[in-house]
Design a binder for this molecule. Structure first.
Ligand code: PMP
Length: 351
């Protein structure tokens, strides 16, 4: 007898970082340690009960216009979604519809292969070199699409715009997605390439640099044609992706650029301080341009350090696979005090 199980879409899901219930020093999910702008709080409390009675704006016009204005694009160049995970998932579904494989690095955001499997998109991973850098020549052949984070995660390694322009210009046959989740922390953005190439989609998030992981706001910037295809898929799936409160919160965040830039500077300064401290303790790492450091110790296995830190209520992220990164810890940048406490604890552990 055949079973209903033969008809199930059977997938292995992405595992998000742990969100412990107790109070810990939480350096495991690349959240921003600072709260969002006070204007965000005000915008949320100003949302009327009556507006919650109604459906939200399915076109997300207020947030789209605010993002378009912020980056100097037209509204038709912007797509928004429930975090950049939603934007990326919708982009995979929309643009990666070829029999040819899509390409992405072997060490990268571990959601890419999950979406590829979910949507039955063939894919090939391309190995990073021994310094965890992307090898451009690996991306030269015709393919079904390309997706690369810049800076890459979990390595934090960034490449300049020219590096991506070569890839994008060589691939008119497919869409190239640049995932800029961490770009605000000090690497070059490919956003201006959107003005020149109709096959590049730049994906961004409010979760990291704007301290709004809990609001779930992501967006894509692309040619008007790409954005139209993306919107058509979204409206074939769920009209009301963004809620009224979140739309208001997102607009308010963009209105407070001074606060945004000040908090970015705080995170970047703390990251640079942490790099120096980690080196003194025998850690090495590729140079990170993001809000995390991907570090290994000269003698103590990463899994041991991970467990020891956890026992002391300091959470970092450890990926046991693939083998090549199984001796690294991904440490998100917290406040100055949190990083000082991390370093003090690491001193104890490594002694
Ligand atoms: N891209 C990369 C490279 C990430 O690390 C993350 C965070 N997990 C995301 C996208 C998704 O972030 P969000 O859905 O919070 O915007």
């Amino acid at each position: 007898m055949t079973s209903w199980k033969n008809n199930v879409r059977n997938v292995i899901p992405y595992t998000p970082g742990e969100q412990p219930k107790k109070k810990v020093i939480k350096l495991n999910t690349n959240e921003n340690p600072y709260p969002p702008s006070p204007l965000v709080g005000k915008a949320i409390s100003d949302v009327s009960m009556d507006s919650l009675r109604k459906y939200p704006d399915p076109n997300c016009s207020s947030l789209i216009s605010a993002i378009a204005k912020y980056h100097g694009f037209d509204d038709e160049n912007i797509f928004v979604g429930v975090g950049s995970d939603d934007v990326l998932a919708m982009s995979f579904l929309t643009f990666f519809n070829s029999d040819r494989p899509i390409f992405f690095p072997d060490i990268t955001y571990s959601f890419y292969d999950v979406w590829a499997d979910l949507f039955r998109i063939p894919y090939e991973t391309k190995a990073l070199d021994e310094d965890f850098k992307i090898v451009a020549s690996d991306y030269a052949s015709d393919c079904g699409g390309i997706v690369i984070p810049n800076p890459n995660a979990p390595t934090g390694v960034a490449e300049p715009v020219e590096f991506f322009e070569k890839i994008i210009s060589a691939h008119p046959e497919c869409v190239v997605i640049i995932d800029e989740a961490y770009v605000d922390f000090g690497s070059e953005s490919c956003i201006d390439l959107v003005r020149k190439y109709d096959n590049v989609l730049v994906v961004r998030t409010f979760s990291k640099s704007r301290s709004m992981a809990g609001s779930r706001i992501g967006y894509a910037v692309g040619s008007k044609e790409l954005i139209k295809y993306l919107s058509d898929c979204k409206f074939s799936f769920n009209s009301y992706t963004m809620d009224t409160v979140t739309l208001a919160a997102g607009v308010a965040s963009l209105e407070d650029d001074e606060y945004f830039k000040a908090r970015l500077a705080d995170v970047i300064n703390t990251r640079e301080w942490t790099k120096g401290q980690l080196e003194k303790l025998g850690f090495s790492f590729p140079d990170s341009k993001s809000n995390f450091i991907f570090a290994k110790h000269s003698s103590i296995p990463a899994s041991d350090i991970f467990e020891e830190l956890k026992k002391r209520d300091i959470y970092v992220r450890y990926f046991s696979k693939p083998e090549r990164i199984s001796n690294y810890l991904r440490i998100s940048i917290g406040t100055e005090e949190e990083m000082q406490q991390l370093i003090n604890t690491l001193k104890e552990i490594t002694n």
